[in-house]
Design a protein around this ligand. Structure first.
Ligand code: BYC
Length: 470
């Protein structure tokens, strides 16, 4: 697919030959830029940021590094190259040619999936709007902006699908994506986790580790879609997404590293007098961000998810690499649910448990991050280990919602849960403390005292490179 980079909207979807679509997107572009000005990173419009920009989908083309002012970033529309003779990989239409146009009977479902996916992208930029003012280093500031501009591009990816394939209601949905806002009392974002503010950098690193990882797994499932333009869009988004999770996993890892150093230097677990973040506080942040993020997978059993799968719209993680019938006509799934005596397992049709299966794959992948953080603790000779809480802990969606389940998976009385809550989840005082150590550090090569420097810089530059020229 040829890339046109000189157009007002860089793209490899042949916009030039589709006047109607080009007009629709060019009409949306100034609204997007207004939204970016009002809701995107505050106070950094004039800064020159060392960013990567996609100019092509091929090797070498999608990561061009250069100095860019944020509002001048070239947000483009890029789909991964088509796969010749691609077929629907699962569900009732398995082995039919993949759809290039929206199948009429699935139009509403498909639009809903694209809108939910699209809604999260600008939401995260809104949530992170104020973070630049308290960056721990220029390296981190640059990474924040890289994540932000790419979430903006992912919004473009979904808006392209809406405009190209859903006519008038697609255009209306594209407008609405700029009208809902994270945490807005009247017009909030669709999914709950995208209405929580991200006001400190520890939350940002946790968010990019846990919540962006939900993004990865949802995009993986959508990249299996029988609707080929959606699959190809998501395939390309996934390349960019990897860096976002890298920012989170290494960011938390650097905090762990610094906390260990402070513990050894001060011979104490109490790091607050030293301006550090103690391990118990980190565990509380893990508990919070993990539980909020697993809510994003929806109900454990869901007729919506079953129908997305049967219709060929949204597959499972690595659908093509699985060796079953890809229809789930007979399969069952051992689901954990809440019984009168505690948690128990029941067999349910696997088709209804699609969300839970994706949540399983996600949880296994989250654990890898914890293993890395625990390896840092081990290297530093610290005996504490981080753990993921039980999937039933602190849930608001699905069968566990509102049940008093401890991080180790015990069903306890509501009173016992409430009494222990502050041991498990960040308190207002914890958050206030984290805020108090968030002071901006903007001299090249310098770093805040609560986090270790990164192991290496970006694009082969040293860590003390001036990644943002303020
Ligand atoms: N909060 O049938 P159910 C990302 C709603 S993140 C509020 O169990 P379903 C990113 C649900 O919408 C990835 N509401 O759910 C990360 C439904 O409402 P409707 C985003 C919720 O449909 C970081 C009702 O409850 N992409 O990319 O099986 C930075 C019944 O639910 C929640 C996607 O999510 C919730 N947590 O599954 C930037 C992929 N959960 O429709 C970006 C597309 C459920 O009856 N979305 N509800 O009014 C989907 O596949 C599905 O919509 C969901 C829900 C998996 C989210």
């Amino acid at each position: 697919m040829e890339v046109t980079y000189s157009d007002r909207i860089p793209n490899n979807v042949g916009l030039h030959d589709n006047r109607r679509l080009q007009r629709a997107l060019e009409a949306w572009q100034p609204r997007y830029l207004d939204w970016w000005h009002q809701m995107g990173p505050e106070s950094f419009d004039a800064a020159h940021v060392y960013l990567r920009t996609a100019t092509d989908v091929g090797r070498g083309g999608w990561a061009n590094f250069d100095w860019v002012r944020l509002p001048e970033y070239r947000w483009g529309i890029f789909l991964a190259d088509p796969e010749p003779d691609r077929r629907v990989g699962f569900g009732e239409h398995r082995d039919d040619p993949a759809w290039q146009e929206v199948p009429g009977e699935y139009r509403n479902q498909l639009r809903r999936l694209i809108v939910v996916q699209g809604d999260t992208e600008p939401a995260s930029v809104e949530q992170q709007r104020d973070l630049g003012k308290t960056c721990p280093s220029l390296y981190d500031l640059r990474n924040l902006f890289q994540v932000n501009v790419e979430e903006g591009r992912h919004l473009w990816a979904m808006v392209y699908l809406l405009d190209a394939h859903f006519g008038r209601d697609g255009r209306e949905e594209a407008e609405a994506l700029l009208e809902r806002h994270a945490g807005d009392a009247d017009r909030p974002r669709i999914l709950a986790a995208f209405n929580e503010p991200t006001t400190d950098w520890l939350s940002f690193f946790m968010f990019t580790h846990f919540t962006d990882r939900d993004g990865r797994f949802q995009l993986e499932a959508l990249s299996e879609s029988g609707f080929d333009p959606l699959a190809r869009t998501c395939q390309f988004m996934l390349r960019e997404e990897a860096h976002h999770m890298f920012v989170g996993t290494t960011g938390v890892g650097r905090v762990v590293q610094r906390s260990c150093e402070l513990m050894r230097e001060g011979d104490t677990d109490d790091l607050r007098p030293l301006g550090g973040i103690d391990l118990h506080l980190l565990q509380k942040y893990i508990n919070f961000h993990f539980s909020v993020s697993i809510d994003l997978f929806g109900g454990e059993t869901s007729s919506n998810a079953a129908s997305y799968f049967s219709s060929g719209l949204k597959g499972r993680f690595h659908e093509r690499q699985r060796s079953d019938d890809h229809r789930l006509l007979e399969a069952t799934y051992a689901l954990t649910e809440v019984g009168a005596q505690g948690l128990r397992q029941v067999d349910v049709p696997a088709l209804t448990a699609i969300n839970e299966g994706l949540r399983d794959d996600y949880i296994a992948n989250c654990q890898k991050g914890l293993d890395r953080w625990n390896a840092i603790l081990a290297e530093q000779g610290i005996a504490t280990r981080f753990t993921l809480p039980h999937r039933g802990f602190h849930r608001s969606i699905g069968i566990f919602a509102g049940h008093p389940i401890t991080p180790t998976g015990q069903l306890v009385s509501p009173e016992a849960w409430a009494a222990a809550r502050d041991e498990w989840l960040p308190t207002d005082a914890d958050r206030a403390y984290v805020h108090s150590v968030m002071r901006p550090v903007v001299e090249p090569g310098r770093i805040a005292g609560w986090i270790a420097p990164p192991a290496s810089g970006i694009d082969d530059h040293p860590v003390d490179f001036e990644y943002v020229r303020l």
